[in-house]
Write a protein that binds this ligand. Structure first.
Ligand code: GDP
Length: 432
């Protein structure tokens, strides 16, 4: 989601305006004890659009003059923002500090919305005209205190912000979409037959073309699920030459259309590279995952032990996925599939409120700061969740974060928030 930075010198009413934008609930939003106290991030919504609002509030007292400090603040805000809301006190007019900020903003070419604050009634609106002189376009008269003009201001803010990229999947009504994937002979069609039982019903291609019916509604755990490309599973493409290539194309296509994948593995055979490739495809596709170990009816004690070792060795990259041990032949534990699918899908759609995310990040980073690079410890500024399905996070930092440290953050994120059964993406955006 796009980031709006709020910039302005002290006493222009910046905090009041931030609270106004966040609405009444803002009072409850605790200031998070982040590592850096000079900015706080919040979730904001206006006209149904969400954005992250970053308040670059704090002032570190130093020897520099006010103008220098405000423009430094603006500079650093710009690095992480998609647009800037610049707050000026209309009753005072543009000061030297305001002009210094305006120059920084202007040079950046970043979209700027200019708020002329403290315009508590109409008579004061004339004062705002002078602010055209800042060269940042139309000043929007507002009264942060009384709310006057804030609707128009927010409309202008939305117009300045880039559209959030559409979620990869909109939450749709109707059955959740499942891809049943795995190398040939692990028991995919057997499982499908077991699950479908008598309740099988073919779903014709929605586009209404002459294509084969490819997807199938299957009731699992009392609920219908849309299994993708079951025709492909039944046609047994697996036997022909070049089979692996075609079956991986089919797998990729099924994953593209699905929300969650059941990765079926043959528990009675050693895990293979092909199994690992399937797992990797699911993770790369960003789908929720359930691992199902089939043919459990064949397992003896010895195989059980070696299997556990193989899992540790080969499936570490999906150690977070729920696991069910089933038998398509006997029906063993197939009732465990639906709850596992639901758990993974729930993680996949999880959104962590920005305030909570940042108080978590503050604590983690304070306890374990990133390792220094070139003598400097990179500062971690704040984080925002960029999307769901799967959950994607962006962390803003002042310096390069080692891959090991990123993995550490991901591990802690999982430990503290769960995400059972869902991949999680973390990207780092650098300031400067
Ligand atoms: P697919 O290629 O993944 O669709 O695998 P199939 O469903 O065709 O199964 C491959 C072979 O494994 C067949 O001979 C099945 O009868 C057998 N099979 C499938 N599931 C089980 C199971 O749970 N237990 C046992 N013992 N055999 C199974």
């Amino acid at each position: 989601q796009p980031v709006l930075a709020v910039v302005g010198r002290p006493n222009v009413g910046k905090s009041t305006l931030v609270n106004r934008i966040l609405g009444r609930r803002a009072a409850v939003v605790e200031d998070v004890p982040g590592v850096t106290r000079d900015r706080v991030a919040y979730d904001a919504t206006w006209s149904g659009r969400r954005f992250t609002l970053v308040d670059t509030g704090g002032w570190e007292p130093d020897a520099k003059g006010l103008a220098a400090r405000v423009s430094a603040q603006a500079q650093s805000a710009l690095a992480t923002a998609d647009a800037v809301l610049f707050v000026v006190d209309a009753t005072v007019g543009a000061t030297d500090a305001d002009e210094a900020v305006a120059r920084v903003l202007h040079r950046s070419g970043r979209p700027v919305v200019l708020a002329a604050n403290k315009v508590d009634d109409q008579r004061l609106e004339a004062d705002t005209a002078a602010l055209w002189g800042l060269g940042l376009g139309e000043p929007y008269p507002v009264s942060a205190l009384h709310g006057r003009g804030s609707g128009d201001l927010l409309d202008a803010v939305l117009a300045a912000l880039p559209e959030a990229p559409p979620e990869r999947f909109e939450q749709e009504d109707g059955p959740r979409r499942v891809a049943l994937v795995g190398r040939p002979n692990v028991g995919k069609s057997s499982l499908l037959n077991r699950l479908a039982g008598e309740e099988r019903s073919l779903v014709h291609d929605v586009a209404g073309t002459t294509r084969d019916p490819v997807d199938e509604l299957v009731t699992v755990g009392g609920e219908p699920w849309l299994f993708i490309d079951t025709a492909g599973l039944r046609r047994r493409v697996g036997q022909a030459s070049g089979a692996e290539y075609y079956s991986s194309l089919r797998t990729a296509a099924a994953l593209e259309a699905a929300e969650v994948a059941i990765v079926l593995l043959d528990a009675d055979e050693p895990l293979t590279e092909q199994d690992q490739r399937v797992v990797q495809m699911v993770v790369d596709a960003g789908r929720a995952v359930v691992l199902a170990f089939n043919k459990w009816d064949l397992l003896d004690e010895d195989r059980r032990l070696t299997l556990e070792k193989e899992i540790l060795r080969d499936l570490g990259r999906v150690a977070w996925a729920p696991r069910v041990n089933i038998s398509a032949r006997t029906g063993r534990a197939t009732d465990k599939l639906a709850p596992a699918l639901r758990t993974s899908l729930e993680s996949w759609g999880t959104r962590i409120p920005t305030g909570r995310l940042n108080s978590w990040l503050g604590e983690v980073v304070a306890a374990t700061p990133p390792p220094p690079r070139g003598g400097k410890i990179p500062k971690i500024l704040f984080a925002t969740q960029a999307g769901v399905r799967p959950p994607r996070f962006v962390i803003f930092a002042t310096g390069f974060l080692e891959p090991a440290y990123r993995r550490f953050l991901e591990r802690r994120l999982r430990e503290d928030f769960g995400f059972v059964g869902s991949p999680v993406e973390i990207s780092i955006r650098l300031r400067e």
